[in-house]
Ligand binder design. Structure first.
Ligand SMILES: Cc1ncc(COP(=O)(O)O)c(C=O)c1O
Length: 396
């Protein structure tokens, strides 16, 4: 059997392309935040994770340019060796203060952060207890830990009774890490952190929260999930990304100094990969300045998302409830999802389409997400186009 035969047999994407409804890998030619240009046409972006709209902020752009002028375009080495700039250390210290953590360590992406933290901490005869709907990077980290003889068990999505049932079966004396997204990336729900923390303490487990979609969105001044529930002292490790609120690229983990020090010296994803570029780090630093100085941006983001959630519901759409920047509209099957996406795209709004098996059958959705920089006219236009699209495909 040829290794590549599955590649030659994979035709689903070509079939969808032939129908003219393929929504992926669309090239953006210009990006101002709420408005982007694709195929020469201006279109409203309602699918980005650029939550505070900072990718085009003049101070952020200027910081990136100045960093390139001063440090060049890349670090050409890992943090361990030649890739540490004073900028990396400054950002780590600033983030530690922001999250009230003892220490922070940067990684080159959020994905790499999970892969770099989980298998470094969890090994032979130790256990990861993971939400079933955690992000793919956590699953990748869990599988790497499993490959190193660690154990990986899952509980039902955000179901703390099930977490308790699962953890009860783990040997009492085994070291344990409970891992969960803070805000789940598909449905936008917030983890039930008070109960998760209570179970963790009762079973002597450590907690790691992935705050990729929480920073800049929930918590005091956008400080994320632990802050949202006043549980900063209880959460052992918080990881996150610079690819969303921070308008950049890179990841981080915040936690106790001795643990971060250990990760720093044992994490393969850190030691054997080049450090974040000067422009990426300077961008994240400038974005952090803005987040600290203008917390009203977080309020604006949440009020924009709430406005959309309420009004999409009023128009008759099946919207997953929540209070984050993610507003998923359930469509219910792959064909309708592609049709609805195409209608929206042609009429001037870009959303993300989630189909099976990425989401369970019946949960196919238009995953919309909002920015602090969306104006009311953008939001009203999105609502108007959703109504037209929903009626045209018979969804509402
Ligand atoms: C929950 C979650 N964690 C981690 C990541 C990965 O972040 P990055 O884009 O920095 O690799 C993402 C990005 O989609 C995410 O949604």
């Amino acid at each position: 059997m040829d290794l590549f035969s599955k590649c030659f047999d994979f035709t689903r994407a070509d079939e969808i392309k032939a129908l003219g409804v393929y929504p992926y890998f669309r090239a953006i030619q210009e990006n101002e935040g709420p408005i982007v240009q694709i195929e020469g046409k201006k279109i409203i972006m309602a699918g980005s994770n650029n939550y505070l709209g900072l990718t085009a902020h003049p101070k952020v752009v200027e910081a990136a340019i100045k960093a390139v002028e001063k440090y060049g375009t890349g670090c050409s080495g890992s943090r361990y060796l030649t890739g540490t700039l004073d900028l990396h250390i400054e950002l780590e210290e600033r983030l530690a203060k922001f999250f009230k953590a003892e220490s922070v360590l940067l990684f080159s992406t959020g994905y790499q952060t999970a892969q770099g933290v989980i298998p470094t901490l969890v090994g032979r005869n130790e256990y990861i207890i993971s939400d079933k709907d955690n992000h793919a990077c956590i699953i990748a980290g869990n599988l790497m830990a499993k490959g190193a003889m660690g154990n990986f068990v899952r509980y039902k999505h955000n179901d703390m009774d099930d977490l308790e049932r699962v953890i009860e079966k783990v040997p009492k004396d085994a070291a344990k890490l409970i891992v969960s997204d803070g805000v789940f990336s598909t449905g936008g729900e917030i983890v039930d952190l008070p109960r998760l923390n209570e179970v963790a303490k009762r079973f002597n487990a450590r907690i790691m929260i992935d705050d990729a979609h929480s920073v800049g969105v929930i918590g005091k001044g956008g400080r994320g999930t632990a802050s949202e529930f006043n549980l900063e002292k209880e959460i052992d490790l918080t990881m996150g990304t610079f690819s969303k609120t921070f308008g950049s690229l890179g990841g981080f983990v915040a936690g106790p100094e001795r643990v971060i020090n250990f990760i720093k010296h044992y994490s393969l994803a850190l030691i054997f990969s080049a450090s974040p570029t000067p422009a990426s780090v300077a961008t994240a630093l400038a974005a952090l300045d803005i987040l600290e100085q203008e917390p009203e941006r977080v309020q604006k983001l949440i009020s924009n998302a709430s406005y959309m959630r309420e009004n999409l519901k009023k128009k008759g759409f099946n919207v997953i409830e929540g209070r984050t920047a993610i507003v998923p509209v359930i469509v219910g099957n792959d064909e309708l999802a592609f049709k609805m996406w195409r209608f929206l795209y042609d009429s001037g709004v870009f959303v993300n389409v989630f189909i099976s098996p990425g989401v369970p059958e019946g949960r196919q959705m238009m995953r919309t997400s909002y920015m602090a920089t969306h104006k009311k006219e953008h939001l009203d236009e999105i609502l108007h186009l959703f109504e037209k699209a929903g009626k045209s495909i018979g969804l509402i």
